[in-house]
Write a protein that binds this ligand. Sequence first.
Ligand SMILES: *[C@@H]1O[C@H](CO)[C@@H](O)[C@H](O)[C@H]1NC(C)=O
Ligand SMILES: *[C@@H]1O[C@H](CO)[C@@H](O)[C@H](O)[C@H]1NC(C)=O
Ligand SMILES: *[C@@H]1O[C@H](CO)[C@@H](O)[C@H](O)[C@H]1NC(C)=O
Ligand SMILES: *[C@@H]1O[C@H](CO)[C@@H](O)[C@H](O)[C@H]1NC(C)=O
Ligand SMILES: *[C@@H]1O[C@H](CO)[C@@H](O)[C@H](O)[C@H]1NC(C)=O
Ligand SMILES: *[C@@H]1O[C@H](CO)[C@@H](O)[C@H](O)[C@H]1NC(C)=O
Ligand SMILES: *[C@@H]1O[C@H](CO)[C@@H](O)[C@H](O)[C@H]1NC(C)=O
Ligand SMILES: *[C@@H]1O[C@H](CO)[C@@H](O)[C@H](O)[C@H]1NC(C)=O
Ligand SMILES: *[C@@H]1O[C@H](CO)[C@@H](O)[C@H](O)[C@H]1NC(C)=O
Length: 473
Amino acid sequence: MRLFPSLALASLAAGFVVHERDTCIIFPESLTHDGEAVDDAPSIHEAFERCGKNGKVIFEKGHVFNVNSVMNTTGLENCDVSLRGELRFSTDVDYWLANSYSVVFQKQSTAWLFGGENVTFRAEEGGWYNGNGQTWYTQNRNQSNQPGRPISITFYDSKNLHVDGLSIIQPQFWATFVWASQNVSLTNFYVNATSDDEWGTVNTDGYDSWNSRDLLVENWVVQNQDDCIAVKGNTTNLLVRNVTCHWNFGMAIGSVGQYEDMPDYVEDITFEDVRCYNCMEAALIKTWQGIPEGHSSNGNGGGGGSGYVKNVQFRNFEVENTALPIQISQCIYTENGQNCNTSKMAISDITYSNIKGTSRYNIGSSIYCSDVHPCPGIKFENVELDSVNSTLDLPLYGTTLQDEVFQCTNIIDQEQSGIPCNRKAPSNYGQAVFTNVKDDSSATEDTEDRTEESTRDPQVRPKKKPQEKLAWE
Ligand SMILES: *[C@@H]1O[C@H](CO)[C@@H](O)[C@H](O)[C@H]1NC(C)=O
Ligand SMILES: *[C@@H]1O[C@H](CO)[C@@H](O)[C@H](O)[C@H]1NC(C)=O
Ligand SMILES: *[C@@H]1O[C@H](CO)[C@@H](O)[C@H](O)[C@H]1NC(C)=O
Ligand SMILES: *[C@@H]1O[C@H](CO)[C@@H](O)[C@H](O)[C@H]1NC(C)=O
Ligand SMILES: *[C@@H]1O[C@H](CO)[C@@H](O)[C@H](O)[C@H]1NC(C)=O
Ligand SMILES: *[C@@H]1O[C@H](CO)[C@@H](O)[C@H](O)[C@H]1NC(C)=O
Ligand SMILES: *[C@@H]1O[C@H](CO)[C@@H](O)[C@H](O)[C@H]1NC(C)=O
Ligand SMILES: *[C@@H]1O[C@H](CO)[C@@H](O)[C@H](O)[C@H]1NC(C)=O
Ligand SMILES: *[C@@H]1O[C@H](CO)[C@@H](O)[C@H](O)[C@H]1NC(C)=O
């Protein structure tokens, strides 16, 4: 080829990689195959094998790299990676379901395992990740946690890893997962999962961390249909800063407490400068109930796990038209709303400060701690939430509760918490809110204010209403 004199020689080797000193430049196979989408994963592996230790790996600018098979580029050392083209993941659903790598957690899997020590990975000069997710959304048909549906990229077994500037468009499943790592910073990310048909994108979390510490998530924009940022078990010392979320479940800790034999310890987590537009939730802590339920060992069944969530700050949040801005639930996935008061997860020292904006319904927060572990150290400071309708001087429909509702159960020293509690939090209050809180007196039984009792509405939520099984759970 005229453009790259050394290319013909290089391509005699297994892949299409130009190797000069410590630098490997990857060119796509399509260049020598009449534009055919030949798999570039072998070349990518070759580049990382040659230059993944004390070297540089460059995806040459302006090209499309077809990824038709799983990638394992782990064990890197002192390596700088520059993505300057499009990584286009194939849509051979059967292949990926059968071949994606296990990430252990919830029996999920990933299309790409990436990791090492002293590594940078920069998407620059227009480089991006195309998960080709529409095919995944359509075939998934709103199922929850489809086994084998791959996480776009998993940062695994890493130390001192900085990933910057990556856009993940139409992720196949969760966009990113940080696992068994320390000191990992993911900055300037853009994630967008948007379906163009009747099926939702389901489980397209922007970020998840598990068994990792000393983490940074900064300057992100996420549009998707599940958690914006989710903190799973054994995450310690995570700072999430300057994140804008659209249409999703906001900042989540959990779910935790899913597995009886694996305690989850989560501590020292800060979320700050967060914006949630049209979200379902903004600041959420979700644990499983204390008694295992359900038969699936993926994300859809479990409970009985112990551990704690402590020292969490949610600060400087701007929420707009968000269904349930603040929630703590200790039985988020329980069936039939049972065993809600049994969670073995202890939640303590959670501060919500400068949380301002509008709720979609008449509810600002629902904080339910279990009988087993009432929560100490829950604090509101400058939480100003009002429903969209109240701010427009419009009434709220189907309810006698025109003032913002703040539901509370089992908060230790509630009077000192700063939370304007005006209703008892039902144990099984769901993660997805679609209506105003009605004047269900059952929820106010234990509070002083029982004024709503006389106006009991026949449409009140039955105490033991089976919770709808929702796809994004
Ligand atoms: C990934 O590659 C590393 C070594 O490069 C190997 O030790 C590991 O087993 C591989 N992981 C998987 C899931 O194949
Ligand atoms: C990574 O960088 C640190 C700090 O510079 C150094 O101590 C360590 O040896 C490096 N690790 C590797 C695998 O080179
Ligand atoms: C964390 O990783 C960054 C590179 O991303 C490095 O500059 C920094 O020194 C590391 N911190 C520690 C405490 O090793
Ligand atoms: C996400 O993508 C959809 C479809 O292309 C677009 O309409 C929407 O504006 C994007 N969201 C953000 C936050 O960029
Ligand atoms: C799938 O879920 C989405 C989002 O929850 C919903 O809007 C859509 O109606 C569901 N699709 C079908 C066909 O049920
Ligand atoms: C916040 O992040 C956005 C991109 O997501 C960026 O444009 C903006 O400059 C960041 N703000 C600050 C203060 O860093
Ligand atoms: C969390 O770490 C502890 C050890 O500190 C371990 O026993 C437990 O299994 C881990 N939990 C998970 C979910 O990996
Ligand atoms: C939980 O609530 C049920 C009634 O709904 C009660 O029978 C049970 O004793 C409670 N469990 C605990 C641990 O308080
Ligand atoms: C807000 O007011 C509009 C217009 O009257 C009404 O359609 C809507 O149902 C109200 N929203 C709520 C949450 O009550």
